[in-house]
Design a protein around this ligand. Structure first.
Ligand code: PLP
Length: 451
């Protein structure tokens, strides 16, 4: 493909006109951006000639890896045939219908329906409207509060940011009236577990859900939403005791359980969906990212029979939807992507092939002097950097070491992400053992650099 303009001009256009997401806009005016020109497999290539291993699959999404010609071919073909038509007012299109049926095959048995969106944030907005509609139809309209968790990330729309538990996002604006969203503590044993064993701590944190329901009155609570493994919050893998207790509480108080699978879905944990790793049976799942491996934007809410039957039998009009719900090109790409994940055995690979190898290799870093804990499930993992392994004390200037480590890795050819001093990994599911070795070699060098 010919470049329309030279790199210096691209950088100037970017600096002068482009307001970037989740970025320091003041700083970017001085520093500018790095241009990613192309990508293949697990590698990114920038305009300065650097090759970088993408240990983060873009933003936890390029599960199938880069450069898959069959996905671009499917998109081009679909664009020629039908680039767009809405799925409102009694129309559908073949890829959206095929995708809905394919999702039924790869999701747990309670799921037979999907509502399509354009992103994870829109999926969680849809969750808010759908659970309220469900309770209206059940003649319990007082059930409006959604309980979420501190440090959760559920998106950047007003509802998504409000559901999420990111303090820095809440500080920026007020979001939804907070009487409709309540946050309980996260099951982050390494940082907050104190003297409790992980299992005691898991029960204690799950117990906060019950306390919150009792405090609010169960007739006012609509749903509990959580990521199976909290992603942006720091790949918080909950203790084994946590999810079964959450499930018990939701069932006891008749609270809808929503699994935000935007990161964990489509193989990341070595299961199709993260809830399956923990044996949890949610009523709704929000999805996006790995659904198309990021090749085109698309998301959805996967709806259990329990909810769908009520919406269909008692609901009538559901006044909610997006211009791009069921977009034919995105749907065609999602179908091709899901079939590739399935037919190439990449879910099994993330569980017992490359996922098992990743876990083994990450575990070797646990001995490093600055590492307090390593944890992983499938192909998502984290390393906790800390000043004292025994006491689990973080470095005093929290976040500075993580940034240093991340920048060192980047300079040496590896993209990682850091949440404060927690180094996060989420490579494409197609990563080979040799590429995992490369990722670990660079990571070890970066740990040595900050030690
Ligand atoms: N939910 C989770 C768990 C996420 O990690 C994200 C994005 O990172 C979202 C929702 C929002 O998705 P999107 O950025 O596609 O709106």
């Amino acid at each position: 493909m010919t470049k329309p303009v030279d790199n210096a001009t691209i950088k100037k256009m970017d600096r002068d006109h482009y307001l970037h997401p989740f970025s320091n806009l003041t700083e970017m005016k001085q520093v500018g951006s790095r241009i990613i020109e192309r990508a293949e497999g697990v590698y990114l290539y920038d305009s300065d000639g650097h090759r970088t291993l993408d240990g983060f699959a873009g933003l936890w999404c390029v599960n199938l890896g880069y450069g898959r010609d069959e996905l671009s071919a499917v998109a081009a073909e679909q664009m020629k045939q039908l680039p767009y038509y809405n799925s409102f007012f009694g129309t559908t299109n073949a890829p959206a219908a095929e995708l809905a049926a394919l999702l039924k095959e790869v999701t747990p048995p309670q799921f037979n329906h999907v509502f399509f969106t354009g992103s994870g944030s829109e999926s969680n907005d849809t969750v808010v409207r759908m659970v309220r509609r469900y309770w209206q139809c059940q003649e319990q309209p007082s059930r409006k509060v959604i309980i979420s968790r501190k440090n959760a990330y559920h998106g950047s729309t007003i509802a998504g940011a409000s559901l999420g538990g990111m303090g820095y996002m809440h500080k920026q604006d007020e979001g939804l009236p907070m009487q409709y969203v309540e946050h309980i503590d996260q099951p982050y044993w390494f940082a907050e577990g104190g003297e409790l064993t992980p299992e005691e701590f898991g029960l204690e944190r799950a117990g906060q859900l019950e306390q919150k329901i009792l405090e609010l009155g169960e007739d006012n609570v609509a749903a509990f939403i959580a990521e199976p493994i909290q992603g942006a919050g720091g790949v918080i893998v909950p203790p084994a005791s946590y999810w079964p207790e959450i499930q018990r509480i939701c069932r006891q108080y008749n609270i809808l359980l929503v699994s935000d699978e935007v990161i964990c879905g489509f193989g990341r944990t070595g299961h199709w969906f993260g809830c399956e790793h923990f044996g949890v049976e949610p009523d709704l799942m929000s999805v996006a990212k790995g659904m198309t491996s990021g090749y085109l934007p698309m998301g959805g809410v996967i709806v259990s029979d329990k909810v769908a039957n009520v919406l269909v039998e008692k609901g009538g009009d559901f006044n909610h939807g997006f211009t791009y719900s069921g977009h034919p090109v995105s749907a065609a790409v999602a179908v091709a992507n899901i079939k590739a994940l399935r037919d190439e055995g990449l879910i099994e690979e993330a569980a017992s092939g490359s996922g098992a190898y990743f876990r083994q290799q990450l575990q070797l870093l646990a001995e490093h002097p600055v590492v307090g804990e390593v944890r992983s499930v499938g192909l998502v993992g984290a390393i906790e950097l800390c000043a004292d392994k025994q006491s689990r004390d973080f470095f005093p200037d929290r976040g500075a070491t993580g940034t240093l480590c991340r920048l060192h890795a980047l300079e040496n050819g590896l993209v990682l992400r850091a949440t404060e001093d927690t180094m996060l990994f989420s490579p494409p599911l197609v990563i080979s053992h040799a590429e995992i070795d490369e990722m670990m070699t660079i990571t070890r060098a970066s740990l040595d650099h900050v030690a």
